[in-house]
Write a protein that binds this ligand. Structure first.
Ligand code: FRU
Length: 489
């Protein structure tokens, strides 16, 4: 079975079991299958949806096109976990089979109400001329995991002033009222966020647009998310159509946040500072958060981007989610840390330390394909220092601190199979002071690098040869000291 990319609204039940089994065989033979990231059993995964804690378990859904590695008819796929590390594949949560979601059950979020889990999602439909008509739809999950879609949509007309790009509701509750931010495009083709409210999650009122100071900031804002931390209001969103500016906005589309005062719901206004990218790497989009029972704000994102082809496409699958990150604030900025629960994945441990004097060092026990690596550096007079990993004679992925430019630089020019090279092979970000720590999570085909305890993060898919396993510590133009710990995963 090979579905042509254009003919993508085919439903899963129109395909024979034999074709599906063959597709899954092809997927499972791929050496770039991940080991500790959420990934699709076949086809394409994109946005995380409906992340929540309900009935004693964490639930995390995602956008899924089962039949191939491209954006076709989307389902909500359901995974759940009790420890935020081991995720069980539950199966399809929402099928696109009604007039209001006939061309895809698109992104949305979840909230508990009266003992049930309410999933508010976008119904994507297209008319005979392929023009989109979005709906807002509700599905209810009970405490046995049964999910039933409401027979009618809760919003069936895009409000005046906006185009058909009106989607991705994210819910939260204030006292006894529910609110949702929703991504929108104004009729003048600029991006915005609108606000809806409801007392019972079934009848929704369109409140209007949320005023920000970003009036002309890209052509569409996807996947907004609003939450509060330490008396601050934070709006995360994924704007499309920003021009590259120096080191900023290098990916095809961006994902970031604005932070400021708490939202003024009455005036529908957010007073905030500048837009900040959440990740400095290559593959990060549509971040989605939830507050866990301990009050932590947890974030997960799609480790991929729209309109980028990945080398796993020939094996019939694409994309995964990031590891979970806990958010906090430091000096008016979001800090991201890997959740400590991930430590349960740690197996064999290796430790090393040394002095680097304009050289590269390979240390005993430091190599591999899937691992966690923490490396602390102390700069002497080196001009740059860092780590090469998933390396061989011909391949390497590099993370380094360039003390002259005062920038962290990630380079995937030689990481293996090339991805999205039209958007460049290097990502850079300025750091105040030296880099004292790189913390890496390396899976078969990805890396997430936390710099200085979460001050910045670089996330990237990489597709090296399975034999590229070396780790090398280096300093150039002078001396630096390092101390490293690695755990196999
Ligand atoms: C973002 C997005 C959303 C939409 C979904 C469809 O990646 O385009 O705006 O709801 O993906 O899968």
């Amino acid at each position: 079975m090979e579905l042509p990319r254009g003919k993508s609204y085919i439903r899963l039940d129109q395909i024979s079991q034999e074709d599906i089994d063959n597709l899954i065989l092809r997927v499972n033979s791929c050496t770039w299958r991940q080991t500790f990231h959420i990934q699709p059993v076949s086809g394409l995964l994109n946005d995380p949806n409906g992340f929540c804690f309900y009935n004693g378990e964490f639930h995390l859904y995602y956008q899924w096109h089962p039949l191939g590695p491209f954006h076709g008819l989307k389902y909500w796929y359901h995974t759940k976990s009790t420890d935020l590390v081991n995720w069980e594949n539950v199966g399809i949560a929402i099928k696109p089979d009604e007039y209001f979601d006939s061309h895809g059950a698109y992104s949305g979020s979840a909230v508990e109400h009266d003992g049930k889990l309410y999933l508010l999602y976008t119904g994507n439909t297209r008319d005979e001329n392929l023009v989109r008509h979005p709906y807002l739809c509700i599905a209810l999950m009970d405490d046995e995991g049964n999910i039933i879609k409401s027979k009618k949509s809760v919003l069936d007309k895009v409000p005046d002033g906006y185009t058909e790009h009106f989607r991705d509701p994210k819910l939260w509750k204030v006292e006894d009222r529910y609110y949702a931010v929703i991504g929108a495009q104004r009729t003048d083709e600029t991006g915005a966020v609108c606000l809806l409210s409801s007392s019972d999650l079934l009848e929704w009122k369109f409140e209007g647009e949320l005023a920000t100071n970003l009036d002309n900031f890209g052509f569409m804002w996807e996947c907004p998310d609003y939450f509060e931390m330490e008396d601050k209001g934070i709006l995360i969103f994924s704007p499309q159509g920003l021009e590259t500016e120096g080191d900023l906005y290098q990916n095809i589309y961006q994902a970031g946040y604005v932070l400021g005062e708490k939202i003024d719901l009455e005036r529908r206004k957010l007073t905030h500072g500048e837009f900040v990218e959440l990740d400095r790497g290559f593959d990060f989009y549509a971040p989605h958060t939830m507050k866990d029972p301990n009050g932590r704000r947890l974030m997960v994102a799609w480790m991929g981007l729209p309109e980028i082809e990945y080398p796993t496409d020939i094996n019939g699958w694409a994309n995964c989610l990031t590891i979970l990150r806990e958010l906090s604030l430091r000096d008016g900025k979001i800090i991201q840390k890997p959740i400590p629960e991930l430590e349960s994945l740690r197996k064999e441990k290796a430790e090393a330390q040394g002095e680097l004097s304009d050289e590269k060092k390979v240390m005993e026990g430091f190599s591999g394909v899937t691992y966690e690596l923490v490396c602390e550096f102390e700069r002497g007079d080196a001009l740059e220092y860092g780590i090469e990993f998933r390396a061989s004679d011909t391949e390497k992925t590099v993370i380094k601190f360039d003390a002259v430019q005062e920038k962290v630089i990630m380079d995937r020019a030689s990481s293996g199979k090339v991805i999205g090279s039209k958007h460049g092979t290097e990502r850079k970000c300025r750091i105040d002071g030296d880099v004292y720590k790189f913390h890496l999570f390396v899976d078969s085909s990805s890396v997430e690098i936390f710099v200085n305890d979460g001050e910045e993060v670089f996330t990237a898919r990489i597709f090296p040869d399975i034999r590229s396993q070396e780790i090398r510590f280096f300093a150039t133009g002078g001396r630096a000291a390092f101390k490293a710990v690695k755990w196999d995963y």
